[in-house]
Design a binder for this molecule. Structure first.
Ligand SMILES: *Cc1c(COP(=O)(O)O)cnc(C)c1O
Length: 413
């Protein structure tokens, strides 16, 4: 990757923000937020996409089956469908990112086995209507909570509407890897997981710590661990150079590949690697999830979202994708719709603002003729991080960059 590291973290890094008592006016008034972990039986795996593969396998999806997938998607959602031998069929969404139920109904045929439904950016879909459609056609519902680890809808936790649900814990917790398979309706006894080994366990812990240190968090811990981390770097370099020298020999071992210790899903790739399907999430990630304050995470995310939304509302040429932040929603990111997304993206990117352009990359063949709204949203929506680990100065900086990108003249005056 030649991309410069963004000036502020795009995803939560380890810091006190994820732990301890809810901060004063974080807007989490008392109650613990519902999460997918409340929705049913849970298996903690290394990514959301692995959980999708397991969910489809548990549903019995196989060659000859069709799985309905939203045209507005992450490309990581499709390979698990193919891995099962099934075919993805893409359905449309509306301009507000809600499921186009009429289009879904039109695509249901004798081969349709399941439908995947995504709560984009943490905002729930109309699950009562979707559940009713599934029941009427005997379809299995896979609730994609990758953006909605927390939240409730219709008085139930998100993740409890589907036959199966999946989540991407690393999008909400300061961990290097992690995903969840959940089911409120079916037993998960058939999903047996194994440790991925000590190399992976070490990598998961060190990567989370080093990512946090790189953004200036946990300075005391960093000072304390400094000598240990330098030792690790030295050992790693020595190992690498030894293997490189050895490659001149005939029976040379392959050079050690740091990425092989961990799944590609942890390095913002879209690849699906079947060898991670039966691997348990790391001890470190599971410990972080156990110790984290879900009230604090939810409260801070909502507060950060509202601060960015408010900044955006005052500016020309952009609006929030969602009209309001309903009670019970814990946002993944703050998605804004821009009139001139290319110019704004260039400016914000150059300034070092981390941005998500969800679904900008879609599965080959999924274009505006498949779903014009998906193409429109993929182009016009830029999402800003609102995770719990952002500091007040970083939020203010992001808002200032947004203002500068949309009103360069006013800013210069
Ligand atoms: C990120 C994402 C996934 C997959 O999650 P990973 O943990 O990255 O494998 C699935 N669905 C959606 C909508 C996502 O954004």
């Amino acid at each position: 990757m030649t991309e410069p590291r963004p000036k502020i973290p795009i995803a939560p890094v380890l810091s006190r923000a994820s732990f301890g008592a809810p901060s004063g006016n974080a807007g989490s008034a008392g109650r613990r937020p519902a999460s997918v972990l409340d929705a049913g039986q849970v298996r903690k795996v290394t990514s959301g996409r692995v959980a999708i593969a397991l969910a489809l396998r548990e549903m019995g999806a196989r060659a000859g089956d069709e799985v309905l997938v939203p045209a507005y998607h992450s490309p990581s959602m499709v390979p698990p469908v193919l891995w099962c031998g099934a075919e993805p069929v893409f359905y449309r969404i509306a301009a507000d990112a809600s499921v186009d139920l009429a289009d879904v109904a039109a695509r249901i045929g004798p081969a349709t086995r399941a439908i995947m439904v995504t709560h984009y950016f943490g905002f729930p879909q109309d699950m009562a209507a979707i559940r009713a459609l599934c029941d009427a056609h005997g379809l299995q519902l896979l609730e994609d909570c990758a953006h909605a680890f927390f939240g409730e809808h219709g008085g139930r936790p998100l993740g409890s509407w589907g036959d199966y649900a999946i989540a991407s814990s690393m999008k909400f917790f300061p961990t290097y890897e992690g995903g969840c398979l959940v089911s409120s309706r079916c037993r998960l006894d058939g999903v047996v997981l194994h440790s991925a080994g000590p190399g992976f366990e070490a990598k998961a812990a060190l990567a989370a710590l080093e990512n946090s240190f790189a953004y200036g968090r946990l300075p005391l811990l960093r000072a304390a661990l400094g000598p240990l981390l330098r030792l690790k770097d030295l050992a790693w370099r020595a190992l690498k150079s030894r293997r490189t020298t050895a490659t001149s020999g005939a029976a040379a071992a392959p050079a050690p590949d740091a990425s092989a210790l961990a799944p590609a899903s942890s390095d913002s790739g879209f690849d699906f690697e079947p060898r991670w399907v039966d691997k348990r999430s790391s001890w470190f990630s599971r410990a972080v999830m156990r110790l984290a304050s879900t009230r604090r995470i939810a409260g801070l995310r909502r507060r950060h979202y509202l601060a960015l939304e408010q900044a955006a509302r005052a500016l020309p040429g952009c609006r929030p994708l969602f009209a309001s932040l309903p009670e019970g929603v814990v946002p993944w990111q703050c998605p804004l719709v821009f009139d001139d997304p290319e110019t704004v993206f260039e400016r914000l990117h150059a300034a070092g603002v981390p941005l998500v352009r969800f679904a900008q990359l879609r599965w080959p063949g999924v274009d505006a003729t498949t779903c014009a709204n998906s193409a429109m949203l993929a182009r016009r929506v830029l999402a800003l991080p609102c995770h719990q680990a952002l500091r007040e100065d970083e939020l203010a900086w992001m808002a200032a960059q947004l203002r500068a990108a949309l009103q360069p003249k006013a800013e210069a005056a």
